[in-house]
Design a binder for this molecule. Structure first.
Ligand SMILES: [Zn+2]
Length: 185
């Protein structure tokens, strides 16, 4: 079932997620709903807070054609099976050089701003079957994983935008916040 995505200003986006002790049927259903919602919105990732839930759960799906450094180049993460459904995800290692790239978020319609992220991260989580899984991801997939895990701590991508770039976004953010607050989602 598709859920409504809450917009910046909605209090759910600033809540810290609660860890899950097991992956039961209701949580699997939530993961399925989140995937459906993310695909419908053409997003690469979605965190539970964005559908007004508080479980520590996020999903990521970077399509093969975007999992490259250059168009038609080799895949950066050929061994990582999409989608990633991650309960209690935790970044256990960061590596690679950091990259400053424009980022967006389904809770910030039509807003993009440069964010510095680690190029390679290792993430540990409970997968859809409730098993502990660890995987190393790079490039855009690493960016998406860092972005979604931030959401679970109530941290939003605009929090990472440098002050000089943030100024340009302020008017747009204020308007979004006003609309987002009014929305019960
Ligand atoms: Zn986001």
């Amino acid at each position: 079932m598709k859920r409504e995505i809450v917009i910046f200003g909605h209090p759910a986006l600033r809540k810290r997620a609660t860890g899950v002790d097991c992956v039961d049927a209701a949580r699997k259903r939530l993961a399925d709903d989140m995937l459906e919602t993310m695909y419908e919105a053409n997003g690469l990732g979605l965190a539970a807070q964005q559908v007004d839930e508080t479980h520590s759960l996020c999903v990521v799906d970077v399509p093969a054609e975007l999992d490259v450094l250059l168009p038609d180049g080799p895949r950066l993460n050929p061994a990582v099976v999409m989608p990633l459904i991650m309960f209690n995800p935790e970044i256990v290692a960061r590596a690679g050089s950091e990259a400053l790239t424009d980022e967006g978020c389904l809770s910030f319609p039509k807003m993009y701003a440069p964010v510095l992220r680690a190029g390679v991260v290792t993430v540990r989580f409970l997968n859809f079957r409730g098993q502990v899984q660890t995987c190393e991801v790079r490039g855009l997939m690493a960016r998406a994983v860092q972005h979604e895990i931030d959401h679970l701590a109530g941290v939003l991508f605009v929090d990472h935008v440098a002050a000089a770039d943030r100024e340009a976004l302020d008017a747009q953010l204020k308007e979004m916040e006003r609309l987002g607050r009014g929305k019960t989602g």
